[in-house]
Design a protein around this ligand. Sequence first.
Ligand code: GLU
Length: 367
Amino acid sequence: MSDLRKNLLAETKRIVIKLGSRVLVEAGTRGVNTAFINRLAESVAVLQEAGKEIAIVTSGAIGIGMGRMGYSKKPDNIADKQVCAAVGQIDLMHAYRNAFEKQKIAVGQILLSADDFRDRNRYKNLQNILISMLKHKTIPVINENDSVVVSEIKVGDNDKLSSDVALFWNADLLLLFTDEDGLFDSNPKTNASARLLNLVPEVNSEILNLAKPGEAGSAVSTGGMYSKLEAVRAVTRSGCNAFLANGTKVLPHEVLFENALGTLFLGNAKKLASRKKWLSFVSTPKGSITIDDGGVNAIRKKHASILPVGVVSVSGNFSMKDLIDVKDVNGNKIARGISKYDSRELKKVMRMKNLDEAIHKNDLVVF
Ligand code: GLU
């Protein structure tokens, strides 16, 4: 293990472990991979013994529910998916409870939706719940509340959910387990000479380009490599390290204490303050505005507010005080902030001079 990696990981105290459906759903029986969850519990026990604080973000509910309900592929209909999630979540939690009980570790289920992150008070409540669970040495096992959420209040996929959790919990390390050995410089499934990247100092556009946006996971999972890289980018920009490994080969304690195969992504040395972190990465925006080049310049160079005169278009239905994305005219997301107008009003006043700002500079995070 390189010295850099050894030192970084040794300092790690708070860890979010994200497990994908591909490691949790057994290919043959399509039930819970209990052998894996048992190994995971043993590994987490080693980490707890070493004084580490752990939260788990688990996928697998829909995949396992599909097995029970006899679906061979993910149903298209949201209601059918919700039923699979409701059914599968029980099996999943049952397996966690049994496996962790053998290690004398208590686990508790937390089911979340995007609204839990959108509202700053609910967000703070969540932080408190996790802190209380820590005090009781109980491991939170977190999933999206798929059986009741509809698209507007969905976090999306569990890669995003795990980065949200890592951010609100101020984790030092996000461990993402999938069925690939890490990030490669080209697709290992189609290129036999693809090289594994051991260390990625920054998730820039070159790194993001190694995966395809919208690339689906598998029959049972949701996110592909792109959504993992987006999750990694969010946490690393806020100062948390991330590690991507193959859950079928590597266990969490091996990442910390042994020379486990995988990709280490370095967290930015500068940690973001809690409010900026929430604004930038955690909450899901309700809409977006596009601003002209003058506006882009003003927020980038002068740290100015965004004025209605610089707004060229408004999309989505948002209310006053909702979080929205800010894009340049080429469609690149360049900032995020809290809107002082609702979307209907802003459409009316965009391009007009001498009005109150659309987003105040204190409520704006520029990427
Ligand atoms: N929450 C989903 C489930 O439990 C998984 C979503 C994902 O894998 O990203 O099945």
